[in-house]
Design a protein around this ligand. Structure first.
Ligand SMILES: *Cc1c(COP(=O)(O)O)cnc(C)c1O
Length: 401
């Protein structure tokens, strides 16, 4: 039986800092003004909440920002990814590769489209999908590779594009490189491009916790493939006049707030990066903890500040550190993300007995203490002090590395 470490009691009620921030991107007077103006304008029977014009303006700005040819807005990142996969017309013979260390949503999107989900291992230092292990699991049935920029660590897509070119599907050609950038909006890749400009298509989420948010829900796909963009627009609005489709439109209010958030995104990301670097520096003398990599050749956005404990602490030592942080210091932290087959029945049944031992070993060493640029600086100092002290306490029980 897989152990469900997510159920480790962590004295949540006494937490002074929650296990994770409820909001990523935050609002200023400009977002409030945008919503007020829309309410005033739209409460009119001739105007109403028709979204097309406002959504098109947001899409246009998003395409320009990311340097991609097209952007198509959706009501969530999850539906955006699902529609993207739908455009591949996948069947039970088709395989889609994805990293075992990932949010459960991308896995379910593959399963939901009737294809076979094939998990591959993550690689240090980012824990993004490992190109070498991806090559191991590629087959003549592979139709797509989902590459997630995990926790803000922008992944180099070039090895995956090369791999896809070397392993074409006999009928459909090279597997599509689909990018999940839900946690990396505004990042830059080693090629210098903004996240969203490379690969077949990139999915973004504007859910509440993400780096920018459109009133708590929302998503976007960017692509340089105009044909794909048109197909996605049809799927989003009842199939145009030809095909199956449904309603997955973003609202006018979400688009208006999105425009303001997008204009503020770099500033918000810079604040987050500065805070993450500060935490890494303050913890640099704690030799038991491995901080997230800084990745100087690209832009790491630190959606979460991942800490890895020593291998000898994996599992129980890590749990003890999280519990000590919560109980004695009120600092919440989460394990984001455990391989979904360990805790999600549908994914577990789908992958059968197959597992990713490297992913499991790494995640047994992971904790992500709460990080947000809006946490007051004095609190941040207390959080890092707590991490240092709690680590010293755990080190008395668990052997040194
Ligand atoms: C949030 C998230 C999603 C899904 O986005 P929603 O807008 O919440 O549906 C997908 N992948 C990753 C990595 C995420 O963090």
């Amino acid at each position: 039986m897989p152990t469900d470490r997510a159920t480790v009691p962590r004295s949540r009620s006494r937490l002074r800092w929650p296990v994770e921030p409820a909001q990523g991107g935050w609002y200023t007077a400009a977002e409030h003004a945008a919503v007020d103006a829309l309410l005033a304008e739209s409460d009119n029977w001739r105007i109403g909440w028709k979204a097309a014009v406002g959504v098109a303006a947001f899409e246009e700005a998003f395409a320009v920002y990311t340097g991609s040819r097209c952007a198509v807005a959706f009501n969530s990142g999850g539906t955006a990814l699902e529609m993207l996969l739908r455009c591949l017309h996948l069947g039970p013979e088709d395989e889609v590769v994805s990293c075992a260390v990932n949010f459960v949503g991308p896995h379910l999107a593959v399963i939901g489209q009737g294809a076979r989900l094939v998990l591959a291992e993550p690689a240090l230092p980012t824990l993004n999908l490992d190109p070498a292990d991806t090559e191991r699991v590629l087959s003549a049935r592979t139709r797509a590779i989902v590459v997630t920029h995990w926790n803000g660590a922008v992944c180099d897509l070039r090895p995956f594009v090369e791999l896809a070119a070397r392993h074409p599907h006999p009928v459909h050609g090279p597997p599509r490189v689909i990018v999940d950038a839900a946690r990396a909006c505004g990042g830059r890749s080693p090629s210098g491009a903004r996240v969203g400009a490379e690969g077949w298509a990139t999915m973004f989420s504007f859910e509440s916790k993400k780096l920018m948010t459109t009133l708590g829900q929302g998503g976007m796909v960017t692509t340089n493939d105009a044909f794909l963009a048109e197909r996605l627009r049809q799927l989003r609005t009842y199939g145009g006049t030809q095909e199956w489709g449904t309603n997955q439109m973003m609202t006018k209010a979400q688009a208006a707030v999105g425009l303001v958030q997008l204009a503020r995104l770099d500033e918000m990301n810079d604040a987050r990066i500065a805070r993450a670097h500060q935490r890494t520096t303050l913890l640099s003398d704690v030799e038991e903890l491995t901080p997230p990599p800084t990745l100087p050749d690209r832009q790491h956005l630190y959606y979460r500040h991942n800490l890895l404990v020593p291998e000898t602490w994996a599992g129980r030592g890590r749990d003890a550190l999280m519990e000590t942080l919560a109980r004695e210091y009120g600092v919440g932290s989460i394990i984001s993300d455990r391989p979904a087959y360990l805790f999600h029945r549908r994914v577990r049944e789908h992958v059968g007995g197959r597992s990713c031992p490297r992913a499991e070993r790494l995640i047994d060493r992971l904790l992500c203490p709460c990080l947000h640029p809006r946490i007051p600086a004095a609190d941040e100092q207390q959080i890092t002090d707590a991490i240092r002290q709690a680590t010293a306490q755990v080190a008395r029980t668990y052997p040194a590395p």
